[in-house]
Design a protein around this ligand. Structure first.
Ligand code: B1H
Length: 832
C-alpha cells in the first residue's frame, strides 16, 4: 500500500492536536482542492467539517450495526421540519474535541470561531416545532436511544429575512449552494412514491376483493444521511432526509418523441417536490404541493422502515415491537393510511390485523389548537392526488363510526364531530382525527395544552378513548442551549458543581444554594455581562444601533404572530417612552427592547407589526429627550445561530401570548435556563416554569386561559371602553393613529387599530395591557437591585433542570414508545 495513503488512514481517527492539524492540511489539498494560501474561510470550514466527520464515521457505523445485530426496537421521528442549525460546534463539543481542534487551527494560523462562522444554518424548519425535533435528535443520541429522524431535504430552507425601509422582505435561503459536508448521499436508497392515477378493484388469489393503484405518476425518493452525534460521541444516530428524483423511464418516454426539452422541463417540475419548505408557522395553506410533500416523505420513510424490519422478520406481527413511529403534528398523518395500504395492498395482511398493527405502531403529538393550523385536506384534492388513500380513510371512518354509533346513542352532533370527514361546506379530511384514531397514544406538549386538548379539539375523542391522551411537556437540549451557546456561564457552573449537568441537567439544582453567595452572584453577573457585550456588538453590526450593555435586556424572540402579542410589547414600549419624556428628571432604569422573528410571507398583519416595531424604534432611538434610556431593536433574520447569541444575553424573557394559545413555547425554557427572568402569561409551559422556579422568581400577569375563554364567550368585552379608561394606552394608540411613527403614511397602521377596536381585539391586547405594564414596572424596579435580580436569575437557572429534552425524550421512550437505550459495541480499534 502507498505509504502516504496508509498514513492518512490512521490520521482519520486521530483525536490529538497533531493528528487533527495534519488531517486539516491533507483535507484542504486532497478533498477541497485548495492550497493553504488560496483557501477562503469557507474552504477551511469544509476542510474542518470533513476532518471532523471522519472522526465520527466509525462510531456511527458501530451504532447502526449494533441496532441491526440486536434487532433493537427503533423509534422513528417523522417530521416535516428539523431546525438543526449549524453542526460544527455541536459535533466538536459532543465529540469532546473542541479544544484540540482550536489548537490545531491555531497552529495553522486560523481561529476556530472564524471557521465556525462560515457554516450556513440548516434552517429546515419554521420555529418551535422544528427546533423541538432537532433537540429530540440530540437527546435520543445522548440517551443512547435507537432513534431515527425522517424528513425532507429541502433545497431552500426557511427564507432569509431582511428589512427594507422597515418592511420584511424575503430572500431565498440556499443553504446547500456551496455543498453540505455533513451529509452522505445514498443514491442506492431509492423508493418510488406515486401520485394521481386511479384504483382498480380485482379478485386476489383466494377470491377476495382487493385493490391496486394504477396509472399513477411516479417520483423517486432518494436518501441523504446526516450523522447525529450524541453527547460523548458514543452513540451516533441518523437523520435521513429525502430528496425527490424524477424516474428515468419517465424521461425516456419523452426522449423517444424527440421532445428533449420537454423531458428536462418535466424532470425539473417533478423534482420541485422537495425544493422548498413552506414558511407558514402554525397556519395551513391547503396547497396541493404541500400535501404531496407530506405524502412523499411519509411514504418513503415507511417503505424504508418496513424494509429494515423485514431484514429480521417474515411477517408483520411484531412490527409494533420493533418500530415506534412518532408523528410530529399531523403533517405525516397520511402515514396511517399509507401503512394500511402497504400492509393490506402490498403485503396481503388482512384489514383488521393491519389496523391493529398500525395503531400499535403510531403515536401522534399535537402542537397547536389554533383552528387555522388544524390540517383539513379537501376530499376532492385527496381523491385526485391519493385516490387509494381516500378509499382507505373512508373505510377506517366507516368502521369507526359504526362502532361508536351504538355508544353515541343517537347523538348525531357528536358523530359528525368524530368523523374523519368534515361534511360542512366543501368536504375535508380532518388529519387530526385520522392521527388520533390511528395512534395508540396522543400527546400535548405542556400540561395546560394537554388539558385544553381534552376539553376542546379532542373532547369527543377523549370521551371515546379516555386513556389515549397524555402529556409530554417539551424540553430543550442543554448541550446546544447552555454548554455551547453560553460558554461563560457553562464554565462557571462547571467550576462549582462539575460537568455532570451537561448530560444530566437535574444536577444543576445544586446551584440553588449558590444564589445567596455574593461571590458567585458577582461571577454570574460577569458571565451575563460578557454575553450582553457580545450581543451588543452583534446588534451594532446588524442594525447600527448602539445599546447600553448595562441596560435591562428585554427580549422577545420568536415567530411574529398576533397570538404571541409582539404588539402588546411594542405598545408598552411606547407608553414607557412617553413616561420617560414626561419625567425627564426621574432616574430611569435603562431598557433595551430586543425583538427578533420572521413573519410568514403572506401574513400581512404580522408584517405590519414588524414595520410598526421598526418605525417606533426609529423615532425612539433618535429622540435625545430619553437620554438613551430606551432603545428598541428588531434584529433581522432570526434563526438558530442568532438565538445562540441572544438567549445567553437576555435579562427579561417575554412570553406574553394570549393565555390558551401557545401550546408550550421552548424559547421560554432557553431563556430561563440562561438566567433570564420571565415576564409572561399563564400559558403553555410558562405554567410549569412558574412551578419550578417559584412564584417569586417570575413575573406573571394577565388573564388566565379560563378567563380568556369566559370573556370571549360572554361577548361582553369592549376594547373601546378599556382604551378609553386607560390614558397611557389611549395615548400610545393615538400616536400610532396620528402618524407620529409614520409621518410619511399616517394611515399605515389603520388595520392594527381597527383590529384592536372594531375587530373586537381577538387576542385581548387591550385587556391585558394595564396588568402587563405593572409587571414591567415590577421588573424595572427589581432590576435596580442588582443583587436581588441576580439571586432570582440564579434560581431560574438552577430550577430549569426538569426542562431538559433528555427528560422529555425518556418520558416518550418509556411511556409511549417502549424503546430502551442500546449501547453501541465498538470493536477494538485496529491500526493497520
Ligand atoms: C407549533 C406549529 C406548526 N405548533 C403548522 N404548531 C406548521 C403548525 O408549516 N406548518 O403548517 C408549522 C408549525 N408549531 C409550535 O410547536 C407551538 O406553537 C409552540 O408553542 C410549541 O412550543 C412548539 C413545539 O411543541
Amino acid at each position: 500500500m502507498d505509504a502516504r495513503y496508509k498514513s492518512r488512514e490512521i490520521e482519520r481517527r486521530s483525536l490529538d492536536v497533531d493528528g487533527l492539524k495534519r488531517s486539516f492540511l491533507e483535507w484542504l489539498v486532497y478533498s477541497v482542492g485548495k492550497d493553504a494560501r488560496a483557501a477562503t474561510r469557507r474552504d477551511w470550514f469544509h476542510t474542518v467539517a470533513l476532518a471532523v466527520r471522519d472522526r465520527l464515521v466509525d462510531r456511527w457505523m458501530d451504532t447502526t450495526r449494533t441496532y441491526y445485530q440486536q434487532d433493537a426496537k427503533r423509534v422513528y421521528y417523522l417530521s416535516l421540519e428539523f431546525l438543526i442549525g449549524r453542526l460544527l460546534t455541536n459535533s466538536l463539543a459532543n465529540l469532546g474535541i473542541t479544544d484540540q481542534c482550536r489548537q490545531a487551527l491555531d497552529r495553522i494560523g486560523l481561529n476556530l470561531d472564524d471557521v465556525v462562522e462560515a457554516e450556513p444554518d440548516a434552517a429546515l424548519g419554521n420555529g418551535g416545532l422544528g427546533r423541538l425535533a432537532a433537540c429530540f435528535l440530540d437527546s435520543m443520541a445522548s440517551e443512547a436511544l435507537p432513534g431515527y429522524g425522517y424528513g425532507i431535504r429541502y433545497e431552500f430552507g426557511l427564507f432569509e429575512q431582511r428589512f427594507e425601509h422597515g418592511w420584511q422582505v424575503e430572500y431565498p435561503e440556499q443553504w446547500l449552494q456551496f455543498g453540505n459536508p455533513w451529509e452522505f448521499p445514498r443514491p442506492e436508497v431509492l423508493y418510488p412514491v406515486q401520485f394521481y392515477g386511479r384504483v382498480e378493484e380485482f379478485r386476489d388469489s383466494v377470491g377476495e376483493r382487493a385493490y391496486r393503484w394504477v396509472d399513477a405518476e411516479r417520483v423517486l425518493a432518494m436518501a441523504y444521511d446526516t450523522p447525529v452525534v450524541g453527547y460523548g460521541g458514543d452513540t451516533i444516530n441518523t437523520l435521513r432526509l429525502w430528496s425527490a428524483r424524477a424516474t428515468r423511464d419517465f424521461n425516456f418516454g419523452h426522449f423517444n418523441d424527440g421532445a428533449y426539452m420537454k423531458a428536462v422541463e418535466q424532470k425539473v417540475l417533478t423534482e420541485n417536490l422537495s425544493r422548498v419548505l413552506y414558511p407558514n408557522d402554525a397556519t395551513e395553506g391547503g396547497k396541493e404541493l404541500r400535501l404531496k410533500q407530506e405524502y412523499f416523505f411519509t411514504s418513503a420513510s415507511l417503505q424504508d422502515i418496513l424494509r429494515r424490519y423485514l431484514q429480521h422478520h417474515s411477517n408483520f406481527d411484531s412490527l409494533p415491537d420493533k418500530a415506534a413511529i412518532q408523528l410530529n403534528d399531523t403533517h405525516p398523518a397520511i402515514g396511517i393510511a399509507e401503512l394500511m395500504r402497504l400492509l393490506v395492498d402490498q403485503h396481503g395482511v388482512v384489514w383488521d390485523k393491519a389496523w391493529d398493527i398500525t395503531r400499535a405502531t403510531f403515536s401522534y403529538t399535537n402542537h397547536t389548537l389554533l383552528p387555522e393550523a388544524l390540517e383539513a385536506w379537501p376530499v376532492r384534492m385527496m381523491e385526485r392526488v391519493l385516490p387509494r388513500h381516500m378509499q382507505i380513510i373512508y373505510e377506517i371512518n366507516a368502521k369507526f363510526l359504526n362502532r361508536s354509533k351504538a355508544r353515541a346513542a343517537g347523538d348525531n352532533g357528536r358523530l359528525s364531530r368524530l368523523s374523519l370527514i368534515d361534511e360542512r361546506g366543501d368536504r375535508r379530511v380532518r388529519m387530526g382525527n385520522l392521527a388520533f384514531l390511528g395512534s395508540h397514544k396522543v400527546n400535548g406538549v405542556s400540561a395546560l395544552h394537554t388539558e385544553l386538548m381534552k376539553q376542546t379539539v379532542f373532547a369527543d375523542f377523549h370521551a371515546e378513548f379516555p386513556e389515549r391522551i397524555n402529556n409530554k411537556t417539551n424540553g430543550i437540549t442543554p448541550r446546544r442551549w447552555l454548554h455551547q451557546a453560553n460558554q461563560p456561564l457553562a464554565a462557571l457552573i462547571t467550576s462549582r458543581i462539575g460537568n455532570g449537568w451537561i448530560k444530566d441537567l437535574s444536577q444543576i439544582s445544586a446551584l440553588a444554594e449558590k444564589a445567596d453567595d455574593l461571590v458567585f452572584r458577582e461571577e454570574f453577573r460577569r458571565a451575563k455581562r460578557k454575553n450582553k457585550k457580545r450581543l451588543a456588538a452583534y446588534i451594532a453590526r446588524q442594525t447600527g444601533v448602539d445599546v447600553q450593555v448595562d441596560s435591562l435586556f428585554d427580549v422577545q424572540v420568536k415567530r411574529m404572530h398576533e397570538y404571541k402579542r409582539q404588539l402588546l410589547n411594542i405598545l408598552q414600549a411606547i407608553a414607557l417612552y412617553n413616561e420617560m419624556r414626561d419625567n425627564p428628571t426621574v432616574s430611569w432604569v435603562p431598557v433595551t427592547k430586543i425583538f427578533a422573528g420572521k413573519a410568514a410571507p403572506s401574513y400581512h398583519m404580522a408584517k405590519l407589526i414588524i414595520k410598526l416595531i421598526n418605525d417606533v424604534a426609529k423615532v425612539v432611538n433618535h429622540d435625545p429627550s430619553v437620554h438613551d434610556n430606551l432603545k428598541i431593536v428588531l434584529l433581522p433574520n432570526y434563526n438558530v445561530t442568532a438565538a445562540e447569541i441572544i438567549m445567553p444575553a437576555a435579562d427579561l424573557s417575554e412570553q406574553i401570548s394570549t393565555a390558551g394559545m401557545e401550546a408550550s413555547g421552548t424559547g421560554n425554557m432557553k431563556l430561563a435556563l440562561n438566567g433570564a427572568l420571565t415576564i409572561g402569561t399563564l400559558d403553555g409551559a410558562n405554567v410549569e416554569i412558574r412551578e419550578h422556579v417559584g412564584d417569586d422568581n417570575i413575573f406573571i400577569f394577565g388573564l388566565t386561559a379560563e378567563e380568556v375563554n369566559d370573556l370571549r364567550a360572554s361577548g361582553g368585552f369592549n376594547p373601546r371602553e378599556v382604551i378609553a379608561s386607560n390614558p397611557s394606552l389611549k395615548r400610545a394608540l393615538d400616536m400610532i393613529s396620528t402618524g407620529v411613527f409614520s409621518p410619511d403614511d399616517p394611515h399605515r397602521y389603520h388595520p392594527i387599530l381597527q383590529a384592536l377596536t372594531d375587530g373586537g381585539d381577538h387576542f385581548l391586547v387591550t385587556a391585558d395591557f394595564s396588568d402587563y405594564c405593572q409587571a414591567q414596572q415590577a421588573a424595572m424596579d427589581l432590576y435596580r437591585d442588582q443583587e436581588e435580580w441576580t439571586r432570582k436569575a440564579i434560581l431560574n437557572t438552577a430550577n430549569m433542570g426538569w426542562f431538559s429534552s433528555d427528560r422529555t425524550i425518556m418520558e416518550y421512550a418509556t411511556e409511549i414508545w417502549d424503546v430502551h437505550p442500546v449501547k453501541p459495541e465498538h470493536p477494538a480499534e485496529t491500526e493497520t
